[in-house]
Design a protein around this ligand. Sequence first.
Ligand code: NAD
Length: 492
Amino acid sequence: MQSVPHFVSGQRVAGVGEMPVFNPATGEMTALVPVPEASFVDGVIATAHEASLTWRESSLSQRTNVLFTFRQLLVEHTDELAAIITAEHGKTLADAKGELARGLENVEYACGLTEHLKGGFSSQVADGVDVHSLREPVGVVAAITPFNFPAMVPLWMSANALATGNVVILKPSERDPSTAVRLGELLSEAGLPDGVFNVLQGNASTVNQLLEHEGIDAISFVGSTPVARHVYQTGTTNGKQVQALGGAKNHMVVLADADLDIAADAAINAGYGAAGERCMAISVVVAVGDVAEPLIEKITERLDKLTVGPGSDPSSDFGPVITKEHRDRIVNYVTTAALDGITVVRDGTALADRPGFFVGPCLLDGVRPGTRSYDDEIFGPVLGVARVATYDDAVALINANPYGNGTAIFTRDGNAARVFSRQVTVGMIGINVPIPVPVSSYSFGGWKNSLFGHAHIYGPEGFAFYTRAKVITTRWPKPSDSQIDLGFPTTR
Ligand code: NAD
């Protein structure tokens, strides 16, 4: 069985494979991932530190050239990268290409680094005194990423971290670790010096070593809420700056005046796309007033037409989930929903009998706080409908939820939408847009248990997170102020 390599100092480095990687569409084990010894991790961090001493001094034009070339290589290698993503993650090829496109945006944004790294200047703040500011790289960044976007999330982090003169050690998810290695090779091909971008395979113990290691300066983490909280607490206790993005439970409110066909299309795309394994997936449709019955009817009509199959088959609307354990966990939410008084309108759990890790689309009616299928992030193709009487009840439901990643409202009433966007305690809001992932010139981040730390990821906040400010106050005394004869006229 082949072992997925690390990528260190510009080359693949073999490790002893220990953890299995599966093709979720077949259930077959396809590779093993190494769990490195502590001494190996120390060595990678030392390599990164050494590389950071020169990369931090690189010119902005050199970094721009690397990123422009990398952008082009990502475009040229889209099919190859999408095939790797689909083989290990299971999502459809179209979805894998979509993820690459959203990652590419971040590289394009980072290509504007001379603009983003401009400092400020104030002339004559006091007599003969000027002030200017600049931003310097933090040093070595550990990027720790989840399974559900094996290319996009590493690009969210790496594009800005490299543009700002940092060195990256990427610890990808052990479930789909191969894309990260190809990204490293393409960065090398683009001209990035050896050691500036490294991939360290591993598991929780590898992450914990990074969190405590004195050679790591900053940590960008994306994953589940319990791990995000742990990463934030441990990293900051060890003196690092940390941004840790966690899980989600995203609500989509449908008001009585909404176009229900548009809302039902949105619920299908945002609830079942990528088998619901997106942190911005809609998991709860909040039906206000009398909307529930007609909306459920429209959602089920569409749901019944969905095709579930291998991600490599162009006719599949969505593919399998990531592991057998995760499939069984999702199935359990559906088979036990009735115990909480929830109606299972559509039960896709029979697909779990297929080879691979499949679950068909499930629709639950009557989810509410205090029931497992509402309280937990299921992270599968299970959409819940919560019925509320009024708009105020919808907002109260969202604001009482411990997560605050994304939310959406469907309505024709501009004022209702505006008030909603001001009232909800959520970081990213869509108005008739179910998955409001910001474009790369805005930053991405949730509130409450969806983000630990203050900095959102990518965009302007990404540039700020990967840099430290310096402010320089300058006074050049006139020669007449000093006792030294400089040999030129003092009145200029
Ligand atoms: P995860 O938390 O299990 O793993 C994420 C990373 O943390 C992996 O690299 C893993 O090796 C490491 N890890 C796992 N357990 C650890 C532990 N105990 N200690 C230290 N490190 C540990 O997440 P996942 O299952 O890979 O990804 C799905 C989760 O990520 C979902 O909750 C989803 O909502 C969330 N997510 C959030 C965003 C966002 O932007 N907020 C984006 C994508 C995914």
